[in-house]
Design a protein around this ligand. Structure first.
Ligand code: PLA
Length: 443
């Protein structure tokens, strides 16, 4: 190729500057923007508020105070306050990057098939009838959030009801994910602030009152933000109500292994439903239980009535994914598949996972003890009883604002703290701040 065509290609590839430009960035941006003779088309756009959870990271980073503490986002930290990469993840990653047969080709639209199968088995268990009967369609997703969004888009298009019920309260992003996908969001009662426990009666009444076919979002374990989960008996009654009214359960499993330290115990509610419901959805995330936050490794599973139906559903999930992001990233899923697929690495993971869960439990007793020592007014038993990554302290918005302003401790305005962000050293500091807020700032 020569002449104008070759020049055009070179321009496209950035090898030479386009005609009329001098080839340097300053000269290219020198033309004034007012060329259209009217204000920018973006001029009317209002600035959006910072994200109530992830926005805290920015505020924390900008704070120069030496004792500052970030208990906002649910990200595990070591006793030294450092992010943790699990040994088993490092090991699997090293093997992956040094494997001469590995490549950087596109994955299929549904992602890494081995990863999908192992994820399904991890959540539902290998003895699950739907797993054995190949009745579950699974696609790799951009972590838990991506799974929720792809599931929501699928439901919007193919489910008879566009109404989804979320627990009140729930992870703030749930509402946004489902609304953006075009579903109608309603809530069911979940938390009772007087007992700091489950409002089981309210929950059951709301489930029974939901129109049949409605979608019901359930946190598989370690409910975020409350740390309050149903008991096995309550799960059973919820299943009865949900199946009786022909509602569609959509499980969000972002913390398998983090609540109790046991992968199977934390999946018990989901597995009970999978044995009894003809259809359900599951969003899975490896952000927390493998500490792979930024790798965006997750999966969406849709449980179907037959193997044929699962194949059809899988084909439609691909229709959702292809125009959204085409296909998912290889790296994180490759690491997860290596760990789940090797009995030896799997055992190592279980040990490291229960180590993280144990440290969180220890922080609960340390914080509780520190508040008790200070005689902080109120009962703090709920800090011990709640499970998972968070504690829902009961601090009001005003008290949280005080704690952040005076003590430089960052937490969400609903009073949620990430227990995983605490250490033996910082429990006392947090207890001082909470004590001060409870005594001096009216709710
Ligand atoms: N579902 C629930 C219940 C969650 O708490 C989170 C993360 C997700 C899904 C999504 O996780 P993923 O997309 O990273 O897999 N919640 C965090 C982080 C830990 C966040 O808000 O994004 C939180 O601090 O609540």
């Amino acid at each position: 190729m020569s002449g104008p065509a070759s020049r055009r290609l070179q321009v496209l590839r950035g090898q030479i500057a386009p005609p009329g430009s001098t080839g340097n960035a300053a000269a290219m941006s020198a033309e004034p923007v007012a060329a259209y003779g009217r204000p920018s088309v973006w001029a009317h756009i209002p600035e959006a508020p910072a994200d109530p959870i992830l926005g805290l990271n920015e505020a924390f980073k900008a704070d120069p105070h030496p004792s500052k503490l970030n208990l906002g986002v649910g990200a595990y930290r070591t006793e030294d306050g450092k992010p943790l990469v699990l040994n088993v993840v490092r090991k699997a990653e090293m093997a992956l990057v040094t494997d001469p047969n590995s490549n950087k080709e596109y994955l299929g639209i549904a992602g890494n098939a081995v990863f999908c199968r192992l994820s399904r088995e991890l959540a539902f268990g290998t003895s699950c009838q739907a797993v054995r009967g190949n009745r579950i369609a699974t696609v790799q997703s951009l972590s838990g959030t991506g799974a929720l969004r792809v599931g929501a888009e699928f439901l919007k298009e193919h489910h008879p009801s566009k109404v989804i019920y979320l627990p009140q309260p729930t992870w703030g992003n749930h509402t946004k994910v489902f609304k953006r996908a075009g579903l109608e969001v309603r809530t069911y009662r979940y938390y009772d602030s007087t007992t700091c426990g489950l409002n089981f009666q309210g929950l059951m009444e709301d489930l029974m009152g939901a129109p049949s076919d409605s979608i019901i979002l359930l946190h598989a374990c370690a409910h975020n933000p409350t740390g309050v989960d149903p008991t096995p008996d309550q799960w059973k009654q919820m299943l009865k109500a949900i199946a009786g009214k022909q509602l569609l359960p959509f499980f969000d499993s972002a913390y398998q292994g983090f609540a109790s330290g046991s992968l199977s115990a934390d999946a018990a509610g989901l597995r009970m439903f999978a044995d009894a419901c003809p259809q359900l959805l599951l969003a899975q995330s490896y952000a927390k239980n493998m500490g792979m936050y930024g790798e965006r490794a997750g999966a969406l599973s849709v449980l179907c009535s037959s193997q044929g139906e699962a194949a059809v559903v899988a084909s439609q999930l691909k229709q959702v994914i292809r125009p959204m992001y085409s296909n998912p990233p290889r790296h994180g899923a490759g690491i997860v598949a290596a760990i789940l697929g090797s009995p030896e690495l799997f055992r190592e993971w279980e040990v490291e996972l229960s180590g993280m869960a144990d440290r969180i439990k220890l922080m609960r007793s340390k914080l509780h003890e520190a508040l008790r020592q200070r005689g902080t007014p109120g009962s703090w038993e709920h800090i011990l009883k709640q499970i998972g990554m968070f504690s829902y302290t009961g601090l009001s918005k005003r008290q949280v604002e005080h704690v952040t302003k005076k003590w430089h401790i960052y937490m969400t305005l609903d009073g949620r703290i990430s227990m995983a962000g605490l250490s033996a050293k910082t429990c006392g500091y947090l207890a001082d701040a909470m004590d001060d807020a409870v005594r001096n700032v009216p709710k």
